[in-house]
Design a protein around this ligand. Sequence first.
Ligand code: ADP
Ligand code: MG
Length: 568
Amino acid sequence: MIVGIDLGTTNSLVSVFRDDSFEVIPNSLGDFLTPSVVGLDDEGQVLTGAAAKERLLTHPELTAANFKRLMGSSSEIKLGKKKFRPEELSSFILRALRLDAEAFLGDQVEEAIITVPAYFNDSQRKATKIAGELAGIRVARLLNEPTSAALAYGLHHEKECRYLVFDLGGGTFDVSIVEYFDQLVEVHASAGNNFLGGEDFTEVIYQHFARLCAQVLGRDAEALPPVLDKMLKFRAEQAKLLLSTQDQAALQQKWHDQVIDLTVTQDQFENWAGELVMKIETPIRQALRDSKMRAGDLDEIVLVGGATRMPLIRKLVTRLFRRFPSVQIDADKVVAAGAAIQTGLMQKHAALEDVVMTDVSPYTLGVEISRQVGDRYADGHFMPIIERNSFIPVSRVETVCTVSDYQPKIEVRIYQGENPMVKDNIFLGSLTVDVPRKKRGEEEIDIRFTYDINGLLEVEVEVKSTGKKSSILIEENPGVLSKEEIASRFKQLEKLKIHPRDQIPNQALINKANRLYQENLGATRDYISELLANFDAILSRQDEREIREAREQLGEILNQIEEDPLAQ
Ligand code: ADP
Ligand code: MG
């Protein structure tokens, strides 16, 4: 079986194409969204999703979130004594999604199409493919998230339509301009910001809450106790969600014998978020410019991603485009829906036969060259070979020559970016070729860049005088694992115990109870302890029906405790 996977910064989803349409698959808790959170429990077993998310607050040193932002870098994340790379943490999420899909479909899942932000660079894409391999999934294709969303929307329209896909997730912002015409989904331009998302909006509310707490406690906002600090982050997220349906969010935080009022109004929020909103406009301008369109040329604005639920985003979109955005498909599910449709296309599903999709490269790729200034050469200049927003797959060649007399080699240094000097762009890798020693300018090489449908780059260099060719599929990127490293990591991960899928709902509930215990005091704590002891006793009796009933009950009680922050 092949599935579609939206591997998000905050939430991930798995979907399938069957019976002529897409379905998003629920996880073991019955939720469509699986939080992209991984942790180790006290026995060292791996926890994923909601069960892990609950422990972000109670066991921060054993739990990790937002690791998608680190994909493609060589950083490691510490969970207790163990260290993990971002692609390993992602592989745990992918594995959990695979198991959920297998349980739902009653069939083995070997393959997946995984979506990535359009703005993901070469190393980030490779890391995503590696995460798939580590999870035992063959990655049939990487699909740009907005392209995926566009695909889902394209199939929704009967007639020709030009639309802008606006995807604001937890940590990334992507915008694409897409045309649907005669069964063809054509992406004209993609732009975005990998470091802008819903979490940044939570942060401005958190800053406010920290100031409020600091005032009440008479401390510095930067020097709040870590436990309180974490709780404030959690409260800020709650407040942000409330502000999507209310004009004001009024929360409270207990700290020892004090109760701190945490209130934020929609107007305040909009004020503080002003700078973030301005950052959102930049990629929109760029995408419009690159596709040579004006706001008035667009027929529809499609909102994707949980953070587009914020009223201030809807206001912004309405102001910029002078029309209301459309949300025909649930904003959380659009990307996963498109990925499932793409699996259908790959399998040449009868219902989808005539649909064709084209995509573009979201960034410029090129090499470092020396430029002649008077009679000297200055290093460090960037020569684009594939310009951003070229249709992919694409292959282009440029010729360069030697710059000094009897130069024995040419080093081809490959970069990605939009700046004239390579030091301001991202280094992707390098390739060195020998050339016959001749006077400067007499030896030439052809540099061919081939950019495939997955957004992966292959570079081929041919020395013209000798006809000798060398090529690299840029595997040696800084920050990307080598084949041998992948194999050894795979072995190590296999040794780790993964929490059994059917226990995840129980575990999630226990972890939630523990979090509420930490947040509350006095009588509520006693009550929670008692509930936990009871639930534990029922679990040990191993009667599935009894466990299910107890779980439902406990879930309801915990929700009540959670809703009323002053319950004692
Ligand atoms: P990603 O694709 O990055 O995983 P999602 O599309 O799932 O992200 O969006 C997650 C973000 O959306 C989080 O920052 C979350 O706080 C935010 N979000 C989800 N629901 C709402 C809501 N109702 N109001 C405001 N923000 C929301
Ligand atoms: Mg997303």
